[in-house]
Design a protein. Structure first.
Length: 273
């Protein structure tokens, strides 16, 4: 495994490679969720690149960028064991300069749900993903369904900017107790983690309601709200795969999304029906 931090060096190196490239952008503190993206990329491409970059522009001013978990040495070992070809590990100065061309997220879809409480978050996400895709120029890039709004906006960007990359959506990996794996889970105390189990609990409840024939979005949301009543709920939404609100569940075209705050930690989860 080669570790490269300079974008130009990586671009030059990739000129010598004539293979399909699978690319997995991450912010590090790697877990089984990231590994699932890596496995998928390895299976379907001849060459695999992971990036680790804690992107400052996607953190809002009141969020603690410095506290974001960093486990550089462990991450390098995990990537090596996972058998990737290149780990792209840039510094902030390798990616950003002082006076930047900016990419903005769409006016509506970028400012609802997670974008409502984190107004410039998706500008930062799209900016960095655009840069990373331009550097790596992969055949396919892998993103988790757990961050469904991010996945939706990246897919929109790739389509609207006519970019040459296939975006692959990968299922959410969960802990044995059902909690979706996230680098942020380490912020949770034992007590908070217990509370967090209400999140997958509420999604299971919704899924069971649908299985029993309840298709009305408002009724499902009401029951979910009730089951999450001890938590600070940012939103519970039922959307189609294009992220439009729907009054009734449409099977094979619905995402139920939840975001809550427990202590100081925001947790996202969703199910695709
Ligand atoms: P992050 O390092 O949190 O920015 O995540 C990097 C990528 O891994 C994103 O595409 C996430 O959606 C994805 N990811 C994070 N957690 C999970 C999970 N539990 N299951 C599947 N993919 C995940």
């Amino acid at each position: 495994m080669k570790i490269i931090s300079n974008p130009i060096e990586l671009k030059n190196y990739l000129k010598t490679i004539d293979k399909t490239i699978g690319f997995i952008p991450t912010m590090g503190a790697l877990h089984e969720g990231h590994l699932s993206l890596i496995k998928d990329a390895k299976k379907n491409n001849e060459f695999t690149i992971v990036s680790i970059f804690v992107n400052p522009t996607q953190f809002n001013a009141d969020e603690d960028l410095d506290k974001y978990p960093r486990r550089d040495e462990a991450d390098k070992k995990i990537c090596k064991l996972a058998g990737i070809d290149i780990l792209f590990f840039p510094n902030v100065n390798d990616i950003y300069s002082k006076d930047e061309v900016s990419i903005a997220s769409p006016n509506i879809r970028g400012y609802v749900l997670e974008g409502f409480t984190r107004p410039s978050h998706f500008n930062g996400v799209l900016t960095v993903v655009n840069k990373l895709l331009n550097i790596v120029n992969p055949s396919r890039a892998y993103f988790g369904k757990k961050d469904a709004q991010q996945l939706n906006l990246i897919s929109l960007m790739v389509k609207q900017l006519f970019m040459n990359v296939e975006i692959v959506a990968v299922n959410t990996v969960r802990d044995l107790d059902g909690l979706a794996l996230s680098s942020r889970n380490i912020y949770l105390s034992k007590e908070e983690r217990k509370k967090a189990l209400n999140i997958p609990g509420s999604l299971n409840l919704a899924s069971n309601l649908v299985k029993n024939g309840e298709l009305n979005s408002l009724k499902i949301i009401d029951k979910m709200r009730e089951s999450l009543k001890d938590l600070e709920i940012f939103y519970i939404e039922i959307l189609d795969r294009e992220f439009n609100q729907i009054k009734n569940i449409k099977l094979k075209n619905t995402i139920i999304l939840v975001e809550v705050k427990i202590g100081n930690t925001r947790l996202l989860d969703n199910i695709w029906l």
